[in-house]
Design a protein around this ligand. Structure first.
Ligand code: FAD
Ligand code: NAP
Ligand code: SF4
Length: 711
């Protein structure tokens, strides 16, 4: 093997079948599994990853019983009737030389419906429904359900199944004393608690015969109080092996854990040492997971024995050709997953189709197609932020002749500011990827070139794309031109330095990021030990669940984060990432001020009027709605269940700060678009130049790619 990645690309002989390499596409719910009509899209999605060389694909979760579904009408495989829709999926993957296993996922108390069941009747902190404790009969019926689903998967042409035993789902709920308070043979001692997991594997093996892959997803680090100990994990692994599993896939952290496990601020490969540790006690191949996104990271893990295979889900959404590029030693061509969760997991939790911020074609393989053109046009793209970059490279991929104009001395736009935020270092990978694509696809790039309408007119272009983005909004606060005031761009780019007491005006995504910038000395992402200390990640050999007391590094300065709204700060952040930012701000002692009116800025600091409110509503309404079950609250009109605010106090405050950072949103940069319009020159306007409100890189890149597909 001449490749730079001999471990990663070597095949794995499982006795009855062989995997072509060590890359497993980990399970990820795309939303397409829930609707029979979307299985053809699902087939195209997986086929593209199989064509890209993935060794083994694991599907999103399918429930083995109705109670085990994630939410009403969510994916399940419980009857023969459902088998036919899976065949196009397995056939498409096999046609591309790949292998695919179906994940069997019983959500237990994480089910978002009133039929949920668990080991004990203990509600989870992240779902509104209290589960019913399963009876002995119910447990046996559920075990049979797993076997039935595995048999149906085999009938549908899958090469195997993955039994989901981690992330705090049903099986994990039986394993941990946190959620298993039973006193029968399924609870109490560790042996009793693992009986369900072992019986499921044994029964599934008996149902499918010897020549079928059974991956067991084992939770090695629960990251919750009263989770499992390391000895319990090892004993479980041994019994799972004896019960007939083919491989062990690592699971890290329950969904309710308050430690981040996959977001971008988690250091790469942060948990793989546990795979290496588990390998010592099992002869099964072990799959290492979490925050593995580039071939050299994966190769290092395998070379040092921290796993026999690596699992990645999001990196293969970002780049379906990931393995092929590793085979060509062309990792610099990989469109790297930046672990933002914005278009994948956030969509899953919002129950919309999963896609990818850096690759909007993910999940839309049949709909967003960059077909080659027979006669290329000459196209000008103005602005090398995410919108302009995505548009320029996609146009060039189709065969157009593209010229890209950028006023600055580098590409990236606002994203180049984002990548300097501690914990967002991965964002630099996107800029690296686009930079290479521009070169590989022959886009003519004009840096330090401010495009005017004259320059565009002189170029003789067939099409013009304006992607001039956004500029920080300067709010109308008396004294805003005081020397203590800086914009977020000036601060993060190092043009201005903050003092020891800082007020951040505006608490949207950028205000939160800037607060983290101000309160961090060295980025924890770059130092695993510091990150583990900050979040209290310990050793499951020492404490149950592997938790210890967090010890974040103190902030070098006092920071106030301020907004005018009275709602809690960070509401608009991502579904799966917002809590991490809020926890980080709390750990660093950032003082949050809501309900602020900015009165003025002067030598004494920032003068505010702060209105404090409290949640309140008429007693009758309160009493009635408090008795409603969660589902009723969700279906009732918001006006009936929402809590109006009552003013409690209005107070004048002066924050004695030496620096005030403006993070008060952005405004579209439309000078060129308006100039062109005034001359009657047609132009396509995309990204922040089009609409600044609620702009993010996800929208900018998608809009740029979609436009390129149409021109
Ligand atoms: P821009 O990024 O503003 O790019 C416009 C480009 O056009 C600039 O390079 C500019 O120099 C150039 N330009 C303007 N006028 C001309 C002209 N006349 N001629 C030539 N060039 C011109 N988004 C997310 O999705 N997730 C995040 O986690 C995230 N974090 C962020 C953190 C920070 C600190 C910041 C600042 C932003 C963050 N964003 C994030 C927002 C994201 O970066 C923007 O939404 C995105 O960059 C907008 O893309 P755009 O291409 O529309 O505009
Ligand atoms: P934003 O989320 O719209 O927040 C702007 C903030 O400024 C709000 O707190 C707003 O709150 C305040 N504000 C607005 N107008 C103001 C004014 N005239 N005077 C004073 N305050 C004002 O915008 P952003 O923080 O600039 O972020 C831009 C985009 O980047 C966002 O849409 C976001 O999607 C994206 N982004 C995403 C992430 C992420 O992690 N996903 C991170 C960073 C940025 P009040 O009106 O209540 O004061
Ligand atoms: Fe990765 Fe973000 Fe794409 Fe999800 S949306 S796959 S986290 S880059």
């Amino acid at each position: 093997m001449t490749s730079a990645y001999p471990y990663l690309l070597s095949s794995l002989d499982l006795g009855f079948t062989t995997l072509r390499n060590r890359v497993v596409m980990g399970s990820m719910h795309t939303g397409m599994e829930d609707k029979a009509g979307e299985f053809s899209d699902l087939a195209a999605f997986y086929a593209e990853r199989a064509r890209g060389g993935v060794g083994l694909i694991i599907t999103g979760g399918f429930a083995p019983t109705l109670e085990g579904t994630l939410y009403p009408m969510a994916s399940k495989l419980t009857s023969r009737r459902e088998v036919a829709r899976h065949r196009p999926v397995t056939e498409a993957v096999h046609r591309e030389g790949g292998k695919i296993a179906l994940q069997i996922l019983h959500a237990g108390r994480y089910s978002y419906h009133p039929l949920s069941v668990s080991a004990s009747a203990i509600k989870s902190p992240i779902t509104p429904f209290k589960p019913r404790a399963l009876s002995e009969k119910g447990i046996l019926r559920t075990i049979d359900g797993f076997a039935n689903t595995a048999r149906l998967a085999q009938e549908a042409g899958y090469d195997g199944v993955e039994i989901m035993g981690s992330e705090g789902y049903f099986i994990n709920q039986f394993l941990a004393p946190r959620t298993n308070k039973r006193t029968d043979r399924w609870g109490g001692s560790a042996e009793n608690r693992r009986r369900l997991a072992v019986e499921i594997v044994r029964t599934v093996r008996a149902a499918v015969g010897p020549d079928f892959i059974i991956v067991y997803r084992i939770s090695v680090l629960d990251l919750v109080e009263d989770g499992q100990t390391w000895d319990e994990v090892v004993d479980l692994a041994r019994e799972i092996e004896a019960a007939g599993a083919t491989m062990l896939n690592l699971g890290i952290g329950w969904h309710e854990a308050r430690v981040p496990t996959i977001v971008t601020s988690v250091p790469r490969a942060a948990f793989v040492h546990l795979a290496g540790r588990l390998k010592k006690d099992t002869s099964l191949p072990v799959i290492a997971t979490n925050r593995i996104n580039m071939p050299e990271v994966a190769e290092d893990i395998l070379a040092r024995g921290d796993g026999d295979l690596v699992s990645m889900a999001r990196p293969l959404l970002a780049d379906p050709q990931w393995v092929r590029k590793a085979e060509r030693d062309a990792d610099e061509e990989i469109n790297t997953c930046i672990a933002c969760n914005q278009a994948c997991l956030d969509h899953t939790f919002d129950r919309t189709r999963a896609s990818c911020l850096v690759n909007p074609r993910a999940g839309y393989e049949t709909k967003l197609v960059l077909t080659p053109v027979s006669r290329g046009k000459k196209v000008a793209v103005v602005g090398a932020g995410p919108a302009g970059l995505a548009c320029a490279v996609s146009l060039a991929e189709r065969g157009h002749a593209v010229e890209l104009f950028e006023a600055g001395d580098a590409i990236g736009g606002q994203f180049a500011i984002a990548r300097r935020i501690p914990g967002k270092e991965e964002f630099a990978e996107t800029i690296r990827y686009y930079s290479g694509e521009l070169e590989r696809r022959g886009v003519q790039v004009h840096l330090n070139t401010y495009a005017t309408a004259d320059l565009i007119a002189d170029g003789g272009f067939d099409e013009v794309v304006v992607a001039t983005g956004v500029a920080p909004r300067i709010p109308e606060i008396p004294g805003v031109d005081h020397r203590s005031v800086v914009t977020y761009a000036q601060l993060v780019l190092g043009e201005k330095v903050a003092g020891e007491r800082v007020a951040v005006v505006g608490a949207g995504g950028i205000g939160v990021d800037v607060s983290e910038f101000l309160t961090t000395v060295d980025s924890p992402t770059l130092d695993l030990e510091a990150w583990q200390e900050e979040w209290g990640v310990g050793d499951p050999g020492e404490t149950r669940g592997g938790l210890r007391t967090p010890a974040p590094e103190p902030s070098p300065r006092a920071v106030y984060l301020i907004q005018r709204k009275t709602s809690s700060i960070g509401r608009g952040l991502g579904r799966t990432t917002g809590w991490v930012h809020r926890a980080a701000l709390k750990a660093k002692g950032v003082q949050l001020i809501t309900g602020a009116t900015y009165d003025r800025i002067d030598d004494d600091g920032l003068h505010l009027t702060v209105t404090t409110t409290r949640r309140g509503r008429p007693a009758g309404v309160q009493k009635a709605t408090s008795r409603l079950p969660g589902i009723a609250k969700q279906v009732l009109p918001r006006s009936l269940t929402q809590v109006p605010q009552e003013v409690v106090s209005v107070e004048k405050r002066t924050l004695p700060v030496d620096t005030i950072v403006l993070c008060a949103g952005q405004e579209s940069v439309r000078g060129l678009a308006d100039e062109l319009a005034a001359r009657g020159t047609a132009a396509h306007v995309i990204g922040g130049a089009d609409v600044a409100a609620e702009l993010d890189a996800k929208r900018a890149i998608r809009q740029g790619t979609e436009l390129a597909a149409r021109i």
